[in-house]
Design a protein around this ligand. Structure first.
Ligand code: FMN
Length: 319
């Protein structure tokens, strides 16, 4: 089942979906480089734009595959926020079915009905989780894989250590696992596989690429920041997430004295409980920022990751 996704991948990586940052340019570059590219459906605004994006991505990848039959592009994924405030879900899923999007990544609530709809057209569903309870709920909903979002991940992140989380999930689940959180280097991909996962999820690493839809100042901040600059707060969306301290300061707030957010005020992508808008003014990033020092094209970055990953595997074998 997993081979349906991995057959044309050159590295076990999913370029994770990032609000505002991930668009067709980033996604197609990631797929052409041999990793899964993903974007949140809600990035295509207004809703009608989603059809244009799906058409553009499909056409670009079809053309690429026609010219590169020996090494076709990796598949792409669309992220759906399963939450009562997402009133586009039915519309966006219907379009994904029409375009037969190979992988749907669901976030927040258990994706019960989504799984049926996606399986009906032959697609797969991976669900991202931060706790054991949610992992079990997603398995009950029939998902095809779990994404374990651990401590230090960019955007909405969990609190669990990856060693602890993977070990516990593996006690009751032997299906596909994707590990997320502060993974920015080839050797970390090898380390994740050694832990027993099938793929890794990388978000923050791709903010600092030429194809990311992020302001130059945001990319620069990612290049300059270190792990200690990442602030974990629920103020901006009502759900705990990781953000760059420097962007919080630029918005006139004191990162050391942020009030609690209001979970009930959660609107994904809105300003939540603060005037400064999360994602637009307050920039999300994970603790992996310290390992990011170059602003490459996606193709160059994935080539570096691939080389470092192979070297790490060779070194491990030698040891
Ligand atoms: C700026 C930013 C925006 C994000 N937006 C979303 C989103 O819209 N949907 C989602 O499922 N995850 C979102 N995430 C989380 C990522 O998909 C992923 O879990 C995370 O980037 C992995 O950790 P890493 O950034 O340390 O690699 C976002 C992350 C970042 C950094």
């Amino acid at each position: 089942m997993l081979t349906q996704l991995t057959a044309s991948m050159t590295l076990p990586v999913i370029g994770s979906p990032m609000f505002i940052v991930s668009g067709p340019e980033l996604v197609t570059a990631q797929c052409q480089a041999g990793i899964i590219g993903a974007f949140p459906a809600l990035n295509a605004r207004p809703a009608e734009v989603l059809r244009e994006w799906l058409q553009q991505i499909t056409d670009t990848l079809d053309d690429y595959n026609a010219q590169n039959p020996q090494q076709p592009a990796a598949p792409f994924a669309v992220n759906q926020i399963v939450h009562p405030t997402n009133d586009r879900l039915a519309h966006d899923l219907a379009l994904c079915a029409e375009f037969k999007v190979p992988l749907i990544i669901t976030s927040l609530h258990a994706p019960n009905r989504v799984v049926e709809q996606v399986h009906a057209y032959g697609g797969l569903v991976f669900h991202d989780v931060t706790t054991l309870r949610h992992a079990k709920k997603a398995i009950d909903a029939g998902v095809d894989g779990l994404i374990l979002v651990c401590h230090g991940a960019g955007g909405h992140a969990g609190r669990l250590n990856p060693f602890a989380f993977v070990a516990e999930v593996r006690q009751f689940y032997d299906g596909p696992l994707v590990l997320a959180g502060a993974i920015t280097k080839g050797e970390q991909i090898a380390a994740a596989q050694a832990l027993g996962v099938d793929m890794v999820y990388m978000g923050t690493r791709f903010i600092a690429t030429q194809e990311a839809n992020a302001q130059p100042a945001y990319k620069q901040m990612v290049l300059e920041a270190a792990a200690g600059d990442i602030v974990y707060t629920n103020l901006f969306t009502g759900v705990h997430g990781n953000y760059l301290r420097q962007s919080i300061e630029l918005a006139g707030l004191d990162p050391e004295a942020l009030p609690e957010g209001d979970k009930n005020a959660m609107r994904y992508g809105s300003g939540g409980s603060s005037k400064a808008k999360a994602w637009r003014d307050i920039w999300g990033a994970g603790q992996g920022v310290g390992g990011i020092t170059t602003l490459n094209s996606v193709a160059d970055e994935v080539a570096t990751l691939r080389t470092d990953y192979q070297q790490a595997l060779d070194q491990l074998r030698r040891r």
